[in-house]
Design a protein around this ligand. Structure first.
Ligand code: HEM
Length: 471
């Protein structure tokens, strides 16, 4: 097994810092390249080796850069070599004359309400500054104070703050729609720990440059002149600001359950919600627990460390037709495991090429379900979706395009992810049932994309090389 050089890898690759519940994703632009490089060289960055020992840690700091950021920092002239095309073009490339929407935005479903022209940051809205650097801060108490200590005045640091995206992780790991999140993650083979399940073991090179990937190859590595090793121990990080309309989700469920007697209506409502995600709210997977009665009340309390209960399931052998976990549910689209095709082992091998290391954080206060008119419910809330992958095209973009937003996913017709999919006309989802399927209709736009960026998260030595560039 390849040993990962954790002391040179940034900590966020190894751990989600779940024990540091407050976070700030700080978007910065370079105002003075020489000062900015000096500032970068002095950041107290947390390595993967540090992240393995959580006991004394009260703050963790990582940093990533955009392609425009590398140029603004004066790294490798104007065209460092070997970076992927997606990274160089960015998540929301400018339009060619005469085009209404860029190829990438169309492919990602960033159209209509998700159009980058309306993004708060990272998009094409006039007046928004280009993002150069992303500072990631995870904190035990007050991430904003930690950011103040790390940044300081622009005339000293050479970097200007565009936006401070404050996030958090609830103790019960439940996202705003009310579902336990972060249960299914790949386990990096070079980690040596993590899930022992064969299902989740994924080659290190799917997430880190410099190591073999699932195809047995080394991922394409960025190079600087005189520095072929620049990419080693780095990876690409995708960040998306996804606003969640919880009121719309709740009222869609209310309407869909209308007509069922009150108690039966409540159970039916929860059943519909679970069918959309593929798991019950406490995380129990429908494939293993198709009836709510089978799920013990305390399931969510211990399953996180017990992957065999929450995440050890296959679709091909257990639920080929989708009678338990619908074929178009969020989790089955986002990672179809062994379901695509007639040969499950081969299907799993293929699906392993498209895994994501998810590291999202919530923003905004929780929705008050007991008092729908509560003032807190009018506030913005959502997910700072963050994921890492060594190949943005084959991983994040492929998941978003070929699975989540694919109207013909796995033999379905004209429907997309019920939770986060692009909306077009009457957005539907099929719930497989015998003798006839149920068709859920008029799914609202529950999630809107409000910002995003493609970043490179370098290894620690590579950051010092950026800092040592001479412009
Ligand atoms: C507001 C937006 C989103 C919400 C509320 C959400 C919620 C959830 C929930 C509740 C789960 C089940 C817990 C788990 O299996 O870990 C899940 C799983 C997952 N989601 Fe999302 N998600 C969102 C956006 C996305 C996006 C944009 C992607 C990728 C492009 C994505 C990819 C995944 C993947 C890969 C899984 C794990 C599937 C598996 O391995 O079985 N999600 N999500």
């Amino acid at each position: 097994m390849e040993q990962v050089e954790w002391s040179d890898v940034q900590g966020i690759v190894r751990r989600g810092f779940g024990w540091l519940p407050q976070s700030a994703f700080v978007l910065l632009s370079v105002a003075d390249p020489a000062k900015a490089r000096h500032w970068l060289s002095r950041l107290p960055l947390t390595s993967g080796a540090d992240a393995g020992n959580r006991d004394a840690m009260t703050v963790a700091v990582n940093v990533a850069v955009t392609f425009a950021g590398l140029q603004a920092l004066g790294v490798g002239g104007t065209s460092p070599d070997g970076f992927s095309r997606e990274f160089c073009e960015g998540i929301a490339p400018p339009l060619h004359p005469g085009d209404q929407v860029s190829r990438r935005s169309s492919m990602l479903g960033d159209v209509g309400p998700n159009d980058p022209h309306g993004w708060r940051w990272g998009g094409l809205a006039t007046g928004t500054a280009p993002v150069h650097i992303l500072l990631l801060v995870f904190s035990a108490s007050d991430a904003s104070s930690d950011v103040d200590l790390l940044t300081g005045p622009e005339d000293q640091t050479g970097v200007a703050q565009i936006e401070r995206l404050l996030g958090w992780l609830p103790e019960d790991k439940t996202e705003h729609f009310g579902f336990r999140d972060g249960l299914s993650q790949p386990s990096i083979t070079g980690e040596g720990a993590g899930s022992p399940l064969h299902l989740h073991q994924t080659a290190t090179g799917e997430f880190l440059i410099g190591y073999r990937n699932e195809r047995g190859n080394l991922p394409v590595s960025p190079r600087l002149s005189h520095d072929p090793e620049f990419g080693r121990n780095g990876t690409y990080l995708v960040l998306r600001e996804l606003e969640q309309n919880v009121a719309a989700f709740e009222s869609w469920l209310d309407n869909a359950a209308t007509g069922h007697a009150p108690r039966a209506g409540m159970a039916y409502r929860e059943w519909l919600a679970a069918k959309m995600i593929g798991r019950w709210r406490n995380g129990a997977p429908l494939t293993r627990y198709p009836d709510h009665d089978q799920v013990s009340d305390d399931f969510g309390l211990f399953d996180a460390d017990d992957g065999t209960r929450s995440n050890d399931f296959f679709y091909h052998a257990e639920d080929r037709e989708g009678f338990r976990c619908p074929i178009g549910s969020h989790i089955r689209r986002a990672w179809p495991r062994d379901a695509l095709g007639s040969d499950p082992e081969r299907a799993l091998q293929q699906a392993r090429l498209h895994r994501l290391l998810r590291r999202g954080r919530l923003f905004g206060p929780l929705y008050d379900r007991d008092n729908r008119d509560a003032p807190v419910n009018a506030k913005r809330r959502g997910l700072y979706f963050a994921c890492m992958n060594a190949d943005i095209a084959s991983q994040f973009e492929s998941v978003q395009h070929n699975w989540i937003n694919n109207p013909k996913f796995s033999g379905l017709a004209d429907e997309r992810d019920p939770l986060i999919g692009e909306r077009a006309g009457d957005s539907c989802m099929t719930v497989q049932q015998s003798p006839v399927n149920l068709r859920l209709r008029q799914l609202d736009q529950f999630v809107v994309t409000c910002g995003g960026g493609y970043f490179f998260l370098p290894g620690l030595r590579a950051i010092q090389r950026i800092a040592a560039s001479n412009g």
